[in-house]
Design a protein around this ligand. Sequence first.
Ligand SMILES: *Cc1c(COP(=O)(O)O)cnc(C)c1O
Length: 473
Amino acid sequence: MAERELRARRQASLRGLPSVDELLRALDGARDLPRPRVVEAVRGVLADCRRRILAATSAEDLAALTLSAEVLLGEIHARIQAARGFHLDRVINATGVVLHTNLGRACLAPEALERLALVGGRYSNLELDLATKERGSRYVHVDALLVRLTGAEASLVVNNNAAAVLLALESLARGREVVVSRGELIEIGGAFRIPEILARSGARLREVGTTNRTHLRDYAEAIGPETALLLKVHPSNYRVLGFTATPATRELVELGRERGLPVMEDLGSGSLLDLRPFGLPHEPTVQETVAAGVDLITFSGDKLLGGPQAGLMVGRRELVERLRRNPLNRALRIDKLTLAALEATLRLYEEPERARQRIPTLRMLTEPEAEVRRRARRVLRRVPPATRAALGLGLVRDRSQVGGGALPLVELPTAALALGTAAHPAQELDARLRAQRPPVIGRIAADRLLLDCRTVAADEVELLADALRRLGG
Ligand SMILES: *Cc1c(COP(=O)(O)O)cnc(C)c1O
């Protein structure tokens, strides 16, 4: 067909589309949504139609487009339905990755949620000293707790650990040198790289040692009149194995003392609990690092600690004071909701067993495999046998990961639901589960979709079973 003819037909199709007003009049329901949202849905669907018409390259293509008012209304209803949900919403984490950055890292304890709602919905003494009626400091609300729990002299909290590292370096080393081992110049997710954050702080990097081996003498030889700080960084999400060496924290502290230089350690995850009794490998706790004499320690609130996103700093009073007075601190400051949740989380650590039971991150990390398996069975029992057969649904043993750049080599034995058949491939089931409300996020391994029940909470068993039943129906 001539190009001119096709163009004419396209124009006719475009003219044939109903107007926004016609569609709005024909639209039933959706009165619960603000009108601009409804109009946006109508306009969006019409714009899609126009694009499809203009993209048609033959009369057959054009004829194949079904653009009846009925079809358009159906599409508009689908958009409106999607607009009803919140954009940021809960999902069921069936990946088995306990601290999943894409899924929001740590889930808060009920105690923390309660404080968050109360302090968020009411006025609070955020910066008011109730005894004197003078202006108070927002940092005092968690300071005594952090000092008691870690044994440090003083503390400070900011928005996240990346901010804590930046603030510390800017406060203590701007315009001067920071000595770091080559093996610790790490990148963690989200484009946080130690050399870059160091450059941003205005400090100069003085790399020492090699990728796999750095000795105390390497640090000692690098110290000069320009040196401001000795920095140790937890390698977080990777390990150098084999022929490796790095000085003990205590040795580095001794060197710092001899040369009159502060030693800082970015612990990354920063656990307040020794996880060895639960069969996890030893991670230096914040308390141990304080006891080793490190002058300033930074760590995350929402990794192993299991609290809200925050950057925690503990250490010598004089250094912490310098950080607190830095104008940059105001730009990185922690908000009241975070403080409320953080105080409640830290209070749980005053009784370690309570912390383990109440903080979801710790509970998931320490839950025995048999317990996870019982939960997986409960899900399975709620799915009718015919659906199970159709989906090829069964129980398998698997390994969960800690995630969040913490304990990267640890694999926790776990129980997972596995599904996928020739008729229903894992990819398809994965996409359909992600389209559910709430979405279910699993992972695909060897052509099977695995739903690891370690990260599925007890009160999500019903929801997960519902989602699986809908897959079969
Ligand atoms: C995770 C991590 C950070 C960044 O912490 P956020 O709380 O994500 O900002 C910094 N340093 C190390 C070593 C980490 O593991």
